[in-house]
Write a protein that binds this ligand. Structure first.
Ligand code: GLC
Length: 635
């Protein structure tokens, strides 16, 4: 199988986001499974600066696009069993940043056109071209365009992966010919047109042989207006070729046993090094050196869809818990102001670093106890998987890949690998943070088993690579890989790679109840929570607030968050369906796992046994309150 992977960024060459991590890891994983793989990227200034001396000049050619006739150089590098190609045009790519420039449309149209033009110069003629996001969305369109005249272009099958549907590449349709060299027919027949704009991603989705979203839940969510940024109709239309292959992480790069970036190595079997990492983190970021206080961490871009409004609403309530908070990231001014203010309010308990720093992020993954991702939407999310690998237990909202990678803790039967909440509500988030903090404080053994289960999850790329190969086999009509040992593994994951089931619009989504078991089974943990269930967070937060910065943030944001709620509430119904099938394995199934049928009452009993006698009755009352509150909000 010959695969050409087209991407606008890839680790270690150039990175602005998660796409780069995927593009850096998936192609080598495909090669490891026996595929022939080449990746093609623009030759940005930063690639030239850092890797220039390792690149081999292959050849050059000219690329015709509309009236432009531009030079294109081809450089290459062999690495990890993959050929990495770089397309050179200094006018377009010899710049300080990757994106965000006024001529991005022209730059990536050149890139896409050049990929097709340079096919003759690559080491093989691909059977599959796999594109990513809007920057390479024109490739399947150009292949169709050229395929009308030349059969050899028609022989290539195409896959497009959507990493975040928010970014679609929208342009005025009048520039279709001028900028993209496409006939007006592409807009007239609607292929590339959405809401009056030329929409490159839409065109790619319709033209590609397979469309992939980066998690099964995201693939389903994309059929709903709340998540789809106007593309829900297109996504529903293509559901027969829509897949949701979950991303992986580089398990070698992120390995607490060998990672030189962290202070002391550790493993699921021996966690003593993690204590040292925690003490080091507390020193580094100016948190009180308290070994028994759980550190809740966030490493995130500080933007709205990461769910930061929820934190703005209940920060004070969170800080009433015996916990510390560390935040690393940059982003919107209003969130930066808010977190700066929060750190001033809680010196020694809240620490905030408004930048992006790889070393500090690793210190956080290694040293923190809990990792918070309350995202409004999250196509896949990689940080929660990295955090788990380092024994930092995730607390997530059940959306996209977060839902597919985190199974809520059921302490009574030692199951689950994190904590989660369904509705986009600060009260619900607070509730699970409280569960997590008190599980850590009051039941250290249970928490440490939970930590070990999180660390044992298999997020390796090999699994995802097999699913991709299955898709490539499906669209090319090949039986891949039928005659090797890996083929059996691929066969077993065949169902994972099957198109996500056509999910009817939200209304049909029966499993509203399905979400319930997760909440119900979480009950024992709830019992460990303290008596006081705080009133709805929205009210709670502003009461104490004096700083203008904070007022500004929740005031603007609270309303949309509340308004958004109904849409989110309906979402989990559909989300619920694929999660079980595709969720990555929590390897460490406890030996004495009890049947799942065990009732909540029995469960409570077993937890209560573990609890200290004097706490028992008080906590039971609180749990009842908590669970009731939770159910109410779920309704
Ligand atoms: C985007 C998404 C993120 C995903 C990544 C890689 O950055 O926002 O959720 O993990 O792409 O697919």
């Amino acid at each position: 199988m010959k695969i050409l992977y087209v991407t606008s960024e890839a680790v270690p060459f150039c990175k602005t986001g998660g796409l780069a991590d995927v593009a850096g890891s998936l192609p080598p994983a495909l090669a490891e499974q026996g595929a022939e793989v080449a990746v093609v990227l623009p030759l940005y200034q930063r690639v030239r600066d850092r890797f220039g001396s390792q690149l081999k000049f292959e050849c050059y050619d000219y690329v015709d696009l509309a009236w432009r006739h531009n030079y294109c150089g081809l450089f290459s590098m062999e690495k990890d069993g993959v050929t990495w190609y770089f397309l050179d045009n200094e006018q377009y790519f010899n710049r300080g940043t990757l994106y965000g420039q006024s001529d991005d449309g022209e730059r990536f149209a050149f890139f896409s056109r050049a990929v097709v033009r340079m096919l003759d110069h690559f080491k093989f003629w691909p059977e599959v071209v796999h594109c990513n996001d809007w920057q390479s969305a024109l490739v399947p369109i150009y292949l169709k365009d050229d395929g009308v005249r030349e059969e050899r272009y028609r022989s290539i099958k195409t896959v497009v992966t959507i990493h975040n549907i928010e970014y679609q590449g929208r342009y005025n349709p009048y520039v279709l010919g001028e900028l993209f060299g496409l006939d007006a027919g592409w807009a007239k027949d609607g292929t590339i047109l959405l809401d009056g704009d030329a929409n490159l991603l839409k065109g790619a989705i319709l033209c590609a042989d397979a469309v992939n979203a980066v998690s099964p839940t995201y693939a389903n969510e994309l059929k709903m207006p709340y998540f789809a940024h106007r593309m829900e109709g297109v996504m529903r239309q293509c559901s027969n070729k829509l897949y949701g292959v979950l991303n992986g992480i580089d398990m070698k790069l992120y390995d607490p046993r060998t990672d030189g970036r962290i202070l002391t190595s550790f493993s699921a079997e021996d966690l003593s090094g993690k204590d040292a990492c925690k003490a080091e983190l507390q020193r580094m970021v100016g948190l009180r050196e308290e070994p028994h206080t759980p550190i809740v961490a966030m490493v995130s871009r500080l933007v709205s869809h990461k769910g930061l409004d929820l934190i703005c609403e209940v920060l004070h309530d969170m800080m009433e818990l015996p916990m510390q908070l560390v935040v690393l990231g940059t982003g919107d001014q209003r969130y930066e102001d808010f977190f700066r203010w929060a750190a001033q309010q809680y010196p020694g308990r809240v620490s905030v670093r408004l930048d992006y720093n790889e070393d500090l992020s690793m210190a956080i993954y290694a040293g923190a106890d809990l990792f918070l991702m309350p995202s409004k939407s999250e196509p896949c999310g990689l940080s929660q998987m990295i955090a788990m690998r380092y024994g930092t237990v995730p607390i997530v909202r059940e959306t996209g890949g977060l839902k597919d990678t985190v199974q809520p803790c059921e302490s009574w039967r030692d199951a689950g690998n994190g904590f989660s909440f369904a509705n986009y509500s600060s009260g619900d988030m607070l509730h699970v943070i409280r569960e997590a903090v008190y599980l850590y404080k009051d039941y250290p053994d249970v928490f440490s088993r939970l930590r070990q289960r999180a660390m044992s999850c298999d997020f390796s790329w090999a699994r995802s690579a097999r699913e991709y190969l299955r898709i490539y086999a499906t669209i090319t009509g090949q039986a891949w890989p039928l005659h090797s040992s890996t083929c059996r593994a691929a066969e077993t994951s065949a169902e994972d790679a099957a198109p996500v089931e056509e999910t009817a619009p939200v209304v049909d989504a029966a499993p509203a109840e399905e979400a319930a078991p997760a909440e119900e089974t979480a009950a024992p943990v709830v019992e460990a929570a303290p008596a006081k269930e705080t009133a709805p967070a929205v009210e709670a937060a502003p009461a104490k607030e004096t700083a203008p910065a904070v007022e500004a943030a929740p005031a603007e944001e609270a309303t949309p968050a509340v308004e958004a709620a109904p849409a989110v509430e309906t979402a989990p119904a559909v989300e619920a369906a694929p999660a079980e099938e595709t969720a990555p394995v929590v390897e460490a199934a406890p030996a004495d796992e009890k049947p799942a049928k065990k009732t909540r009452k029995t469960a409570s009993k077993s937890t209560s046994k573990a609890a200290k006698a004097e706490k028992k009755s008080e906590k039971k009352t609180s749990a009842k309150k908590g669970t009731a509150g939770k159910k109410k909000s779920a309704e």
